[in-house]
Design a protein around this ligand. Structure first.
Ligand SMILES: Cc1ncc(COP(=O)(O)O)c(C=O)c1O
Length: 310
């Protein structure tokens, strides 16, 4: 979040920001509860339709903020199309690349001005350090953000920096395995009667599949599902898993299960969550590096518990 807040130092009172509405709840918290007090205005749009981004641009728009794939529904936003719109209007395009990682997607090469990562996730990779990174290739903007970073104190300690460097060295091998196991898990869950829907961009019929093929080098390690049986099923399922620990983070070697309704997306009002497609039956899986057969067996056992609870 220090990287998110640091990036926002690029805007000032009176400026307007267009934000993709399917975004991390913590970023939304900052944009909706903190920055408006400093006179920055935000408009939220469905950025899976770039024409909506274009429509929301105002003369005061200085930034467009997107994630892709999005958290938690793994929707795809066309980065090159958003970059073209932002550049045409003299605005910065910022891409939160936390889910994809630089191994799978390079937004700067697609025209973005700023790429941002929560390094807490795949880049650190071991769920033992919290941090963030801003990546850009513009000297003038770099100088402004670096000055703001120093002025506001979003600076990692040396031990945290060391842990992050240790993690990033294995990013490529971890991502290959995360992806292989996520595909296995996604296909396995798609065949289960307790699961109403599996969100995974690798499926041919995923609405963003073609964009993913175009702008990513793989589909990542996250799988989100909607269960039949509502909140009781989702709760029972999350608690019954034993290889997937219940936790808000993602991207570590150990598998995690998250419940966006009450955890990562708690900052959104219920009607907003429902409008986006996040329900009380939505469960997010960060597929770790454990044996994929063991993960599928664990999921099957928890689905049986969910069925009994619903
Ligand atoms: C997409 C995304 N961006 C930013 C963050 C914030 O990261 P951190 O917890 O490292 O502050 C998160 C955390 O879940 C995230 O999922």
């Amino acid at each position: 979040m220090a990287a998110v807040a640091g990036t926002m130092q690029a805007v000032s009172a009176g400026d307007h920001v267009v934000v993709a509405d399917d975004l991390y709840g913590g970023s939304y918290r900052l944009f909706s509860k903190v920055l408006p007090r400093y006179g920055v205005r935000f408009s939220y749009v469905d950025a899976t339709r770039p024409e909506e981004v274009a429509k929301a641009i105002e003369p005061a728009t200085r930034m467009v903020w997107i994630e892709s794939p999005t958290n938690p529904l793994l929707r795809l936003v066309d980065i090159a199309a958003c970059a073209e719109i932002a550049r045409r209007h003299g605005a910065l395009l910022v891409v939160d690349n936390t889910f994809a990682t630089p191994f799978l997607q390079n937004p700067l090469a697609l025209g973005a001005h700023v790429t941002l990562h929560s390094t807490t996730k795949y880049i650190g990779g071991h769920s033992d350090v919290i941090g963030g990174a801003i990546v850009l290739d513009d000297e003038e903007l770099f100088a402004r953000l670096k000055f703001a970073q120093n002025a506001t104190g979003g600076v990692p300690g040396p031990w945290d920096a060391w842990l992050t460097l240790r993690g990033v060295k294995t990013l490529a091998v971890r991502m290959r395995q995360h992806e292989r196991s996520a595909e296995r898990v996604a296909r396995h869950l798609r065949g289960r009667q307790e699961v109403a829907r599996v969100h995974w961009p690798g499926f041919d019929d995923h609405p963003g599949h073609e964009i993913a093929r175009r702008q990513m080098r793989g589909f990542g390690g996250m799988v989100t599902i909607d269960l039949h049986g509502g909140a009781p099923a989702a709760r029972a399922f999350s608690e019954a898993l034993s290889l997937f620990s219940l936790g808000e983070s993602l991207g570590g070697v150990e598998s995690l299960v998250g419940y966006p309704w009450l955890m990562s997306h708690a900052a959104f009002p219920p009607e907003e969550k429902l409008r986006k497609g996040i329900t009380e039956a939505t469960v997010r899986l960060s597929v770790g590096l454990e044996d994929a057969d063991d993960l599928c067996a664990d999921l099957d056992e928890a689905l049986a518990v969910a069925r009994a609870a619903s």
